[in-house]
Design a protein around this ligand. Structure first.
Ligand code: GLA
Length: 728
């Protein structure tokens, strides 16, 4: 239910809605290349018949499993829907009662199945939205009832497709901590066996920090450009679960949606209870196609201004942390402008006064007034200064949080998430505000608005959330509705985001939660981009960005050139060009104090900024990604490429990661080119001290580059190259 769903609903209202027959037997939901086929007989349970490529669809389809299994009947499945009715009954049955079809526009159709319990006034609507060109189908479940009192919803999944028997493998994306640093979206692959494998987040606010709400399910280990792969993501900035249940016949049911843990929801009559959207996509040509489908979907339908380039920025965090004053920030802004950057973002540390000054993480959150001692010219003063130098100004906020050491915590202790008299645990010295409470929602929206009113020169916001829920409880929710917290918090957060977006539709916003903690399709619908990880080490980023790219586009994936050397056995920052190239392969930016750059680093950085503006940004942010050589092969290399949509240009990024004893040059077959075109190859931004590679200057046919490939002698530790290909 992102930003872009708003105009969509309007479009739906005017579109010619073809009211479909309630007697349908087979309901088809189709994209250009894929289809979901459901078995829908009046008065009967609806079932999955097929999900996959239209080209492979069998003539005789079998019932694979229920669309939405309920607790009741033979209760063979861990139910996708479990409810206690107002009269105390534990069982539910859902029978097909009708189907509505809407044409939203030339690319999108919506198919809504209406399911009713024959014994209770309870209706479930399962809405599928098909995005034809992107081969993406979203699924969302809405429950309403008119029982004579509250019902309790214990569990309600967004989707639960059943895939036929096969050698199913799971790819999941989880944070792997190394050297005490996070590494979000580390790729884990395993063969499923009978039983249930669960991925989940029970920490609410950081929905994607430890595990990302996204999985690939493939026949055999997922390959890049071959083989059958399914992708499922849950668009939810809260507690979620994805269960892969394999039976002894090796059929798999993938149930995905909100988590059921301690979330028994008391639902009054006539109140819709709405699941997150599940995002489904299928490829019969490998996981690379899954990624390209989702990247298009994200750019076309999810991200705010997904069709506009994101700026090349400098963020102050790793450069100065909390320790700065006006002179220092102005110097950074000046350096950023001189380097050719487009935007300066002032991170944490700018607010709180007196004893609550934000000079460290232990004070100030909640007191969103500029620190007059550090920044006497105020935020607008900084924005004006940036503008006078031709660049934009952005700001960090973390409005869901409060430090016990703050005026806000003293004024509104009732706004803090807490469980009665139990200790309110601190995470990063902070407490969480209770967004289930409309007064807190108003406070956050109004504070946000006031900051922008006072400093209208701010054109970019980084929205952070640095702690999770502990000792859950709400002073706002009634005693018998404490378990409503998880759902109401996430809905409260979305309502805040939506209100902010209504007032500031084109403000650029980055979502962050201690790094990639909110890289989920729910939060992304209100943002232009995300902070991928607090780990800015180039070598770690190669893996983090590799994993992230499976579900999320480079356009939104902030990748900053920093001075971090984490993971470098040489215990120093990586070579400048290595750091530069890794950052250029995402949404390029900087995270450092420019005055700390050596002359050589600065030269390298400035050349990168020029190239980014000139041609790299366009191809990376709007092209098609092809992952060419996985770092997980552990042969000392990684490589990926972006190909412009019209295939007239491409960029190849290749990195040398370590020195295996048997390491030869990198042999790299390209992908996604036009086989009939001839491409001129040029090495750009050649690392200092190395001659351009021999391939630079060659002209080769696309077919040849994809079949024979290139030999790249970049075996030396941390050598790397960017090749620019232009069709002649
Ligand atoms: C989190 C973010 C960082 C930075 C700090 C500021 O850790 O992920 O990028 O903004 O907070 O406190």
């Amino acid at each position: 239910m992102g930003m872009k769903s708003v105009p969509l609903t309007l479009a739906a209202a005017v579109a010619a809605a073809t009211a479909a027959t309630a007697r349908a037997e087979e309901i088809r939901i189709e994209t250009a290349r894929t289809a979901i086929v459901l078995d829908a007989k009046q008065g009967k349970e609806v079932g999955w018949l097929y999900w996959g490529a239209k080209a492979d669809e069998p003539a005789q389809k079998r019932w694979r499993g229920p669309l939405l299994s309920c607790f009741g009947g033979w209760a063979e499945w861990d139910p996708a829907l479990r409810v206690t009715h107002a009269d105390g009954s534990l069982t539910t049955e859902l029978a097909f009662a009708g189907c509505e079809r809407q044409t939203l526009d030339a690319n999108r159709t919506r198919t809504t199945l209406i399911l009713k319990d024959p014994l209770y006034p309870l209706t479930v609507r399962v809405a599928f939205t098909a995005y034809a060109k992107e081969d993406v189908i979203t699924q969302q479940v809405t429950l309403t009832h008119q029982e004579p009192g509250d019902i309790t919803v214990h569990a309600m999944a967004s989707t639960a497709p059943t895939l036929p028997e096969g050698d199913w493998w799971l790819t999941s994306f989880q944070n792997r901590f190394l050297d005490n640093w996070p590494n979000e979206m580390h790729v884990y692959e395993e063969r499923l066996s009978p039983g249930t494998k669960r991925l989940a987040n029970y920490r609410s606010t950081r929905s994607a920090y430890f595990e990302n709400p996204a999985v690939l399910i493939s026949q055999g280990p997922a390959q890049e450009e071959a083989g059958e792969v399914y992708g499922i993501a849950v668009a939810w900035t809260g507690n979620w679960e994805i269960d892969l249940a394999m039976d002894t016949g090796r059929a798999v049911r993938a149930k995905a949606g909100m988590a059921a843990l301690a979330a028994d929801y008391k639902l009054p009559p006539d109140t819709p209870y709405v699941s997150p959207e599940a995002i489904l996509t299928h490829s019969s040509a490998g996981k690379g196609q899954i990624s390209r489908n989702l990247h298009d979907y994200a750019r076309n339908y999810v991200l705010v201004d997904g069709d506009k380039p994101n700026p090349i920025l400098l963020n102050s965090w790793e450069g100065v942390y909390f320790t700065f004053d006006e002179a220092k920030i102005k110097e950074m802004i000046k350096d950023a402008a001189e380097m050719g950057l487009e935007l300066f973002v002032l991170d944490d540390g700018w607010f709180g006064n007196g004893e609550y000054a934000r000079d460290a993480a232990n004070a100030g959150l909640g007191d969103w007034q500029v620190n007059a001692k550090k920044l006497p010219c105020g935020l607008q003063g900084l924005a004006d200064y940036a503008k006078s130098l031709g660049i934009r100004f952005g700001l960090w906020v973390e409005l869901e949080m409060v430090n016990p050491k703050s005026a806000l915590a003293k004024a509104h202790p009732e706004w803090v998430v807490k469980s009665g008299k139990r200790e309110i645990l601190q995470g990063r010295s902070q407490w969480l505000l209770d967004l289930t409470n409309p007064a807190v929602q108003d406070f956050v929206v109004e504070t946000f608005d006031r900051i922008l009113r006072e400093a209208p020169g701010i054109s970019y916001i980084k929205w952070d959330a640095n702690r999770t829920v502990a000792n859950v409880g709400s002073g706002y929710l009634p005693k018998d509705r404490q378990a409503n917290f998880w759902y109401d918090y996430a809905r409260g957060l979305y309502s805040v985001y939506a209100r902010i977006r209504e007032r500031h539709p084109h403000l650029q916003m980055q979502v962050c939660a201690s790094g990639g903690g909110r890289v989920d399709y729910g939060a992304l619908a209100y943002h232009n981009e995300f902070w991928t990880s607090d780990n800015t080490s180039a070598i770690r980023r190669i893996y983090i960005q590799w994993g992230t790219s499976h579900f999320y586009p480079a356009k939104a994936m902030a990748a900053h050139f920093s001075r971090s050397g984490v993971g470098n056995p040489l215990k120093e920052p990586f070579p400048a060009s290595f750091r530069l190239h890794v950052a250029l392969s995402g949404r390029f930016g900087f995270e450092l104090q420019p005055s700390h750059l050596t002359e050589q680093e600065r030269k390298t950085a400035e050349a990168g900024i020029r190239a980014a503006k000139d041609y790299i940004r366009d191809i990376v942010q709007f092209g098609d990604l092809y992952r060419l050589h996985s770092p997980y092969l552990r042969d000392g290399y990684a490589a990926l490429s972006y190909v412009a949509k019209d295939k007239s240009q491409a960029l190849v990024f290749a990195y040398s990661l370590d020195t295996a004893y048997d390491k030869g040059p990198l042999r790299l077959r390209l992908a996604g080119l036009d086989p009939a075109k001839t491409y001129a190859i040029e090495e750009v931004l050649t690392p200092d001290g190395r001659k351009p590679l021999a391939v630079s200057g060659q002209k080769r046919a696309g077919a040849d580059l994809m079949r024979e490939g290139l030999t790249l002698p970049i075996a030396k530790l941390y050598d790397n190259c960017i090749l620019r290909l232009r069709a002649l």
